[in-house]
Every structure is written in structure tokens, then in C-alpha cells.
Design a binder for this molecule. Sequence first.
Ligand code: PMP
Length: 432
Amino acid sequence: MDHFWMPFTANRAFKAAPRIIERAEGMWLYSDDGRKILDATGGLWCVNAGHGRQKIADAIAQQAMKLDYSSPFNLGHDIGFEFAERLVKYTPENLNRVFFTNSGSEAVESALKIALAYQNARGKKGKYRFIGREKAYHGVNFGGISVGGLTYNRKGFGPLLPVDHLPHTLDLKRNAFSKGLPEQGIERADELENLLQFHDPDSIAAVIVEPVSGAGGVILPPIGYLKKLRELCTKHDVLLIFDEVITGWGRLGASFASNRFEVEPDMITSAKGITNGTVPLGAVFVRDEICDTVINAGAEGAIEFFHGYTYSAHPIACAAGLATMDIYDEEGLLERASGEIGDYWQSSLHSLNGEPGIVDVRNYGLIGAVQFAAPDGSLVGSKIMQRCYEKGMSVRAVGDIIAFSPPLTIEKAHIDQIVETLSSIAREMFAR
Ligand code: PMP
């Protein structure tokens, strides 16, 4: 413990009271002190098919003995091609090219660079600026924190890229306790027109948003909002990137939010559920014409887009991903959240409306958030998260919000446990 500088962790506090997970199976984590903990966040929004899937473990083991690694420099391997071909069966109609990375953060950086490479390749070098959104999380690398809109993720790392931010769409005054997409707020998309005019659309390469903000506190798009962004980007010849690192792979009841909301972006970033969280892998799904334009602009024999990673399309990650897709298909997991279990999730979570301290409940598919009343700086989210863990449930706190993204294999009894745990904590902490 003295040697591992832990990420996203209060290292000093952790050493004083370490929490160690020894193994995991299905919906459950097992700690070193013999406790069974409900994994209400599917790892970190990634274990969509539940823990300990034999099929994925077998695929990983077999691939490790067949081809464990090969260089990305002008060498290919069948499993990479097979996985790319399989993946585009789930993407929107015109996004049929896959650029592989190792993580969501790298997928974001790659998408931003692809946007610039595309604008250059078609002679629009002046289009170099990006537009992001407040409260957005796009990973932790420099492009991602620049387009991202979370203060704690940006503070202390400037100066960053020249980026403007759309307003976020959280509006408790008008939309608290909305079931599914909120009705009010489409006009927040109009700010895109203002920003584009302010800078001149000819200087903007791309707009990037999460269809549903995850790490910013599960913020849903108002009805019609994403379509409006698409219309404005098309009108002004600006690329639209959807960061679907969380919203992909069944979280909202379809393969991607783009499909569920019927809005086709120019690129989608993906990671996490793409391998059920087992082996690091990310991807950018790219509109065919973007890829063709970049590839065709290069001189014959030259590398057209000098970008990639040692582990891009790692054979073992691709094997894990193919087995993950098999499980999603065989068990109907990508659509499961849009059926009965999603309805049960919605009604159960909203039964918390009226419990002490709770100021909002938000949900869509199998994602959800419960927001608590909290004076600034009270760390109420961390305290609730800690209490949840003590009561046998792992959740994610974002400020005063408790976020949920359980494995899509969740059953009603698990949902009951989530709601009962939270309501007992609300009464314990907030009842007068
Ligand atoms: N984009 C979004 C929307 C995310 O939620 C995350 C991770 N939570 C990332 C990017 C970064 O992914 P990674 O941690 O794999 O780099």
C-alpha cells in the first residue's frame, strides 16, 4: 500500500481505512473482511453483463495463447478486423469505421484529433476550435479536460485548449423528479447558435457532448435538445461527437444513445462496456466519409493519420470484446433496460420522492441519480456513499448526487435493495 499511488482516491484517508475487494461475481463484490456488497454502479459504469463471465474469461485465455500481441505499425490481425466488423453492426447507419484505443480518455483525444485531421484534409484548416459543455466529463487527458466542464477535473491544469462550453441542462426548478427525459430546456441548445456566431462557424471543428452526462451527475437531455444540436451542427458544417463511453452498450436500452434518441452524430466515443470492463479497450466510431477523406488525402504509401497506441486493437481486448458482444446478444442485454426492468427501475427509484433530504430523482434506461439537499462543501455525497458501503452497497457520489448504473443483468430484488438502502440512509441522515 505504500507504493501504489491510487487514482481518484483520497490516498491518506484510504490508508487509514482501506477497503479491499477480493473477488466479484454477478451483481456482487466480496470484500477481504468477508462482506457481500451489491455493485450498484457496475464497477465504474462498465460491467454491463455482470461480473465473472466465463465466456469472456475463456476467450481471453485462448487468445493469449494464439496471438498475444502484434505491432500496430502496418501489421494487422484477424481478430481486430473481425471485432471492428462486429462492432459496426450496433452503431448508427453511417458510422462504419472503428479507430481503437485503450480507454475512454484516449477515445476522446482520438476523436478530437480525427476532427482536426478531417477539417485539414478537406482544406478547412481554419476550423480548429472545439465546443464542449458545462458539467461534461470526457476523461482526464488534456483534450478531454479542455472540452470537459467539471471544475475539479480542470482546476490546476491550465492553460487548456481554446474551448467554449454550452450550458448544462440540469434544471431542478422546472424538471425535478422527471421520469425519463425532462420536458423543459430544449432552448438551451440555442446557445450553440450563439457560440457559433460569436466565433464564426468557420473556426469550429466540432462540438462534443455526452448524450446523458454521467460523471457530472446523470444529467439528461431535454426532449428535442440533441436533435437541435444535430440540426445546428449540420447547418454550420461542424462535426458532432457523442461521447458514449457510459451511454453505450445497453445502458439506455439500446446499443447506443444515438440509436435510442434517433440522432446520428459524426463520431461516437466508446469504452467500458465494450469489453464488460474486463480488458482496457476504447474505440471511436467514425462516419465513413470522415475516414475516407483523411485516408485519401495522404500521399501514397505514407501514414495518413499519425496517431495510435502500442495497444490499439490489442488482440486480447478484441477477444474479450467479441465474447462480450456474444453475451449481449444471447441474453438480449442491449434492449433489456427499455423493457419491464427499466420500468421497474423508474417506479422504484421515484418512490424515493418525498423521503427526507431528497431534492431530485432522475432516470433513463438503467441509469439513475438521486440528488440530496446539501449546503456547499458539506460532502454529503461522500458521506452517503460511505454509509451505503457500510450497508452493503457500492455507489458513486458526485457532489451531492448518488449515481447508479447497475449491471444490466439486475433483477427486481436488487433494485428493491438499492431503494431500501437509500431510503433508510435518507431517514437516518435527514429526518428531523
Ligand atoms: N468519457 C466519459 C463520458 C466517461 O464517463 C469516461 C469515464 N468515466 C471517460 C470518457 C473516460 O474513460 P476512461 O476512464 O476509460 O479513460
